[in-house]
Design a protein around this ligand. Sequence first.
Ligand code: FAD
Length: 486
Amino acid sequence: MKKKVIITGTGLGGLSSGLLLQSKGFEVQFIEKNNQPGGRLNRLEKDGFIFDTGPSFFSMSYVFTDFMKLCGVEMPFRFIELDPLYSVHFAGGKSYKLHKDIGKLAESFKDIEPDFEVKMEKYLKKCGALFHDTFDVVIRNNFDNYLEYFVTLMKVNPEHIPVLMRTFWQQVNKYFDSQDARQILSLVAFFLGRTPFDTMGIYSLLSYTEFRHDGYHNVEGGMYRIVQGMVEALTERGATFLYNTEITSVEHAGDKITHLIDSKGNCYEADVFLINADAAQFRGKVLHRKKYSDSRLRKMEWTMGYLTIYVGVDRKLPDLDLHNYFLGSNFEEYGQNVLRNPDSLQKPYYYVNVVSKHNPDCAPEGCESLFIVCPVPSLLYKSDWSNRDEIVNSILNDFSNRIGIDIMPHIITRTVYTPKEWEKQFNLYMGSGLGLSHKLGQIGALRPKNYDEEFKNLYYVGASTTPGAGLPMAVISAEMVCKRII
Ligand SMILES: Cc1cc2nc3c(=O)[nH]c(=O)nc-3n(C[C@H](O)[C@H](O)[C@H](O)COP(=O)(O)OP(=O)(O)OC[C@H]3O[C@@H](n4cnc5c(N)ncnc54)[C@H](O)[C@@H]3O)c2cc1C
């Protein structure tokens, strides 16, 4: 008889695990608290507009391709490589298009950063070495104990030790002199949910993944096609999905879970249980583990919150790229404050994704779908969002000034998620957008494990277990936990 696995949560980590376990002969059932799958990788449809609600692009596309092959599934969505990768607009009006082609990129920097091409090649060489020396051996590996982890770390090329001692910002500063180049190249640290000033220099390996390795990709038809394609493939192979069902407790016999229990008291039985809800929060709130009590969770280091704005306008915005960053004129001050200080929102930095640029179906004819993301303090540092409309209006006004078009009278639809909505919808601790941070004490064997400390048939997958946040990492997280389960 087939072994049955129940996967709690339909985020990318959960869906990927389902595909792989199915291919190994498991019967798969999903339980999801929301009314549709995807978790943070989700979709909002309103007033004729379609918005991707979270991720808008991804790196390391080969992770998806290799994973689908491993599961014996035909690639269920089509992705497109981006060029330019994104645009960066400074407060003074200066803009840069970030191309993967370094020669082309150097053109934009020729007046402000002498020898840009040589410096960039040197920087990327180091980033590439960091990537190749750590990715397969450390990041993509399951460790059974601390000793095994530390022995592996000691085998990593010791020439990288100084980078471990530097922040991302310090690492970038070693290679570039101009403020523009430094700020642009350290933006990728924000993708890890912290800032260049408190993210370790080793994560400059991400500059290698964006510029040299595989660039960024967008999905034909919108990012939610990833979820739709995977759910279709899972359903065809017999997986079942139960929505609007939140798991709130468990029953066990000895060292094995026997049932999951939902908020209405219904019980669900299986041989194996895989949790795609946040691995730290679930252990604390549902399993009541001391190590993850409220006070312990509070002391852990979490990523920032996001204020996300979904706006449909009744006109085209031809001068914008698909991905656009709008920076202010106080990068260091902003970066030092944005995680904790709500005052930083007086002059917000933000990112604008024009979803309809590559996917015309996402907006009515002649209209544009805009998705705006603004990094903000999580609920740990800003719990009162009664001034959200004020903040949102200041962002929309700033954006109008920057592009020279007042979009306010053109807005047909507007939806806002503060960290409160992110917390409530997906059980994200304090609305932290990417889960636990990636500081030294919270990565590898020091991150919440992908297997449970007490119950032998309970496992975890997703952003707050190994290896960490981001779409390719969710897929790798699935690969890693399935190795344990299988
Ligand atoms: C605004 C934003 C922008 C982002 N942009 C990008 C990007 O451009 N590129 C990129 O690579 N990454 C991006 N990310 C990160 C990426 O979205 C996440 O790392 C990834 O989607 C997390 O997937 P996951 O498997 O951890 O699960 P999640 O997406 O967290 O899904 C977990 C699921 O479990 C469900 N659940 C939780 N608790 C329970 C329970 N008790 N019972 C039942 N169900 C439960 C939730 O409802 C949810 O559906 C972004 C994230 C955010 C918030």
